[in-house]
Design a protein around this ligand. Structure first.
Ligand code: SAH
Length: 387
């Protein structure tokens, strides 16, 4: 683990507020997170030691910066302050992929020579709102998404040429148009300016196509560890039907597919479901089916149709699972439930409900997916209590 002597301090940490734990050494951060998980989940079971990173810096493979202009008219780019909508101007961030940061700085430097400005949210004038960069950790492929506040992008071909000259490592460039008053980063319309508009990433023996909008875990190294733990806990058998609930682009289910009879994935975001189906094809996986639905509603429907699952892996958003989902889960009565969570508070609530209704917590594993921030991820194995 990183010792205090290796600790890097960000000069913007107070202004930015994104790294809540930067005043602690990495070892202290890990024990802080371990303590937090024990406090919340310790009464269910003993908590395994948190798995941290060897090099807890520059782990974010998805980087998004905002563009703006200072009162003095200077073009800036950086990160939104966590407490406000102000841009903290930075050239690098200790959490982010260094190549991604480098590319965004190059874009900022290129803008004036193309007479392109930053978009102003109040006046609706100007051009560039954000830049999003996604980089495949294994594949090295890089996607750059330029988010404009208007669809007018003069000399875009020349701009792309100039950017590629500076960074030939970029594999695709997308122009996204977001002319709405919104805190959402991306607008609906987009145009691929170079390459395929997607990158391919590899994870635990599978390949995944990632588009500008699809959700993908932001710390690829720790994701491998997290998923490996989840699959180890799931103890999959060739006869198992696996339900991957809140499946995103299908990563967990597709990695598990070769170990089970079949995989059923459910996810609310239909675009992610399309990606999941495409990813199944890309990997030649035929025993996985993905559905676009609310996970709770889907469980209810399956129950009505009398369909069961042997193992459920669930990975809900920060709000946790719905009551309906948990209720139907109990009725479906899978042998094992693996609950991945990015919020131990809601996980505690959900575990409590499952424990009251016939399940027992067997293992708890925290993983540090987001060093220097206050967030902690946990994988919990539950099994059905034998009557
Ligand atoms: N397991 C995936 C995604 C986890 S993020 C991975 O590891 O990559 C949580 C996912 O839950 C998101 O993709 C989100 O779109 C989805 N989601 C949120 N609410 C949902 C609901 N009510 N029903 C189904 N999926 C939901």
């Amino acid at each position: 683990m990183a010792e205090k002597t290796n600790q890097k301090i960000c000069p913007q940490r107070k202004k930015c507020g994104g790294c809540q734990l930067q005043n602690m050494s990495y070892a202290e951060q890990l024990s802080f997170k371990q303590g937090k998980v024990i406090k919340l989940l310790g009464k269910f079971h003993r908590v395994n030691k948190i798995i941290g990173m060897e090099q807890p810096y520059h782990y974010r493979n998805k980087v998004q910066w905002a563009f703006g202009t200072t009162r003095g008219g200077k073009l800036i780019s950086g990160i939104f302050q966590s407490s406000s909508h102000r841009i903290v101007a930075v050239d690098t961030c200790l959490l982010e992929d260094e190549k991604a940061d480098e590319i965004i700085v190059s874009i900022r430097k290129l803008l004036p020579s193309f007479k392109l400005t930053a978009y102003n949210e109040d006046t609706h004038r100007g051009f560039l709102r954000h830049v999003l960069v996604k980089r495949g950790f294994q594949s090295g492929e890089i996607m750059v998404v330029l988010v404009g506040g208007t669809n007018i992008f003069p000399r875009k071909k020349d701009f792309v040429k100039a950017l590629l000259k500076k960074h030939p490592e970029i594999t695709t460039i997308v122009f996204n148009i977001n002319d709405k008053k919104t805190s959402l980063l991306l607008g609906e319309r987009q145009e691929v300016l170079y390459g395929e508009g997607k990158i391919t990433e590899e994870l635990l023996g599978c390949r995944f196509r990632i588009s500008s909008k699809s959700f993908y875990q932001i710390n690829p190294q720790q994701t491998q560890i997290l998923y490996t733990k989840a699959l180890e806990f799931a103890d999959l058998k060739p006869s198992d039907v696996l339900l991957d609930a809140y499946c995103g682009i299908g990563t967990i289910g597709l990695i598990a597919a070769k170990h089970v009879k079949s995989v059923i994935g459910v996810e609310l975001n239909c675009e992610a479901v399309r990606d999941a189906r495409e990813n199944a094809k890309l990997n030649g996986i035929k025993n996985a089916a993905f559905y676009c639905a609310d996970a709770g509603e889907f469980m209810l429907r399956r129950k009505a149709e009398g369909q069961a699952a042997d193992v459920v892996i669930m990975d809900p958003p920060r709000a946790g699972a719905s009551k309906q989902f948990l209720h139907c889960l109990i009725q479906a009565a899978p042998e094992r439930v693996v609950y991945i969570s990015c919020n131990p508070e809601t996980q505690k609530r959900d575990l409590f409900y499952l424990v009251k209704n016939g399940y027992k917590v067997k293992k708890i594993q925290p993983v540090d997916m987001f060093p220097h921030t206050e967030y902690v991820e946990t994988v919990v194995l539950m099994s059905k209590v034998k009557k």
